[in-house]
Design a protein around this ligand. Structure first.
Ligand SMILES: Cc1cc2nc3c(=O)[nH]c(=O)nc-3n(C[C@H](O)[C@H](O)[C@H](O)COP(=O)(O)OP(=O)(O)OC[C@H]3O[C@@H](n4cnc5c(N)ncnc54)[C@H](O)[C@@H]3O)c2cc1C
Length: 410
């Protein structure tokens, strides 16, 4: 059997890795539109913050050789012909498959794509972006950067570049940073603490409306509040769209069945897959690394043994990078809030029928594994939750209480 992956990212690399570990001797071809070994987008900001490049290659730099796969890199797949079991690349080449693993992830979304033609304007999504940003900072001795977008990736970018020693101005249209992973109170608390800890200049309720270009290079940005800022570097991180066009002809993601298949020969996983939420059943793209891993492993089990089903995704977000101030959330912020906070920490759980509907834990991770498991288990916690939120015992206490390690489901 010939197995083809579209994408060499986290889902595809895990899929191939597990296939080989499970003993598959099948011919495997991996197609990717970048020239690299599989890398982890979660880790690439650390490279920009000063870590060695090798750390991003989470499966090793010799992955393709070690796994005995043919890698066709640096060429995008333009189209999947599902009827003929054939993939067409933008360089004209075609590849036939018996089974296809479609894991093309997502790309940055730009309000003004033409800005990217300007020297000094970058996305913050791929290793190609990181290498270009790194080169640019070195060549131009860049001292100031404007980051446009204060969601998960924008904050990650701002913290990485702050860690690198740049003066960072972070522009976000909402009333608080991380507005999709916090409620108003939690987001305002997190924004204040991030400002205090880093000194990053956060401009809220503001967008970048125009850029000032001289001789083809960026010289400054204009903002919706009338401010102008001189800068030679702008990072645009205001959203992503799934790379689903080659398979379904639009960028709304690929809806899969409970075996993660689009059709009997095509598995889909990662940031391009529309899957149900494990607890609510709501279909959406749940674009995190743990979901991509679970989907890749489920697809392998189904392909090799035919008996696996995917139980759904969890929308946990964990921002735990560059500074000692983690921000963790999951679920929906609806129901009865139970809050505990002090000067440094903010912990809030939303209850519905006594069960956890969503939560935010800002400033430390001590209760995070325990709360995550209570959330996944959907047990009543209304009588016990307040003292748990107020408890300051360490991770190990909660792990011993659960009888298993943090992050596992009960
Ligand atoms: C800066 C950043 C930080 C992140 N931090 C975290 C974090 O801390 N925790 C977390 O859980 N998640 C994080 N994520 C999200 C996480 O990286 C993704 O959920 C995960 O990588 C999804 O895996 P994937 O295989 O679907 O996509 P990717 O890993 O993005 O891989 C997609 C692959 O498809 C290829 N591709 C795309 N289009 C084509 C085409 N037409 N033809 C050929 N190849 C194509 C790409 O080159 C790539 O190889 C972060 C993402 C970014 C960008």
């Amino acid at each position: 059997m010939k197995i083809v992956t579209i994408g060499t990212g986290m889902a595809a690399a895990e899929f191939v890795d597990v296939l080989r570990k499970e003993g598959s001797q099948d011919e495997i071809v991996m197609l990717g539109n970048e020239p690299f070994p599989p890398y982890s987008p979660c880790v690439i900001p650390f490279f920009l913050a000063g870590e060695p490049l090798t750390t991003v290659y989470w499966k090793g730099e010799s992955f393709y050789r070690n796994k005995g796969v043919t890698a066709l890199l640096d060429s995008a797949v333009a189209e999947v012909d599902a009827k003929r079991h054939r993939v067409r690349l933008s360089n004209g080449r075609t590849e036939n498959y018996d089974r296809l693993f479609f894991a093309t992830g997502a790309r940055s979304w730009y309000p003004q794509p033409q800005w990217l033609e300007t020297n000094g304007v970058f996305g913050f999504k791929t290793l190609t972006d990181m290498l270009a940003i790194d080169d640019y900072i070195r060549e131009h001795a860049t001292r100031r950067v404007v980051v446009f977008g204060g969601g998960f990736i924008g904050v990650d970018a701002a913290l990485a570049l702050w860690h690198r020693g740049l003066e960072v101005i972070l522009v976000h249209r909402n009333t608080r940073l991380l507005s999709q992973m916090t409620d108003e109170d939690g987001g305002v608390f997190a924004t204040r603490k991030l400002r205090e800890i880093t000194g990053i200049d956060v401009r809220l309720k503001t967008t970048v409306t125009d850029i000032d270009i001289r001789d083809g290079a960026l010289r400054g940005v204009k903002m919706s509040n009338g401010d102008s800022v001189e800068t030679t570097m702008l990072i645009v991180a205001i959203g992503v769209s799934p790379n689903s066009e080659p398979l379904v002809g639009n960028d709304r993601g690929v809806v899969v069945d409970e075996t993660l298949r689009y059709d009997p020969h095509i598995y889909v996983a990662g940031d391009v897959a529309v899957t149900p939420h494990a607890l609510t059943g709501e279909p959406a793209i749940y674009a995190t690394y743990p979901n991509a891993m679970l989907q890749a492993r489920t697809a392998v089990r189904h392909l090799l043994h035919g008996d696996a089903t995917y139980n759904g995704s969890i929308n946990t977000n964990v921002l735990k990078k560059h500074i000692d101030f983690p921000i963790i959330s999951a679920g929906t912020f609806e129901g009865d809030p139970v809050t505990w906070q002090n000067q440094h920490l903010f912990r809030r759980v939303y209850l519905q029928n006594g069960k956890i509907n969503g939560y935010q834990l800002i400033g430390d991770t001590r209760v995070s594994g325990y709360i995550y498991n209570l959330y996944c288990a959907q047990v009543r916690v209304d009588k016990i939750i307040a003292p748990i939120l107020a408890d300051n015992r360490g991770d190990s206490y909660y792990r011993s209480l659960m009888g298993f390690n943090q992050g596992q489901l009960g």
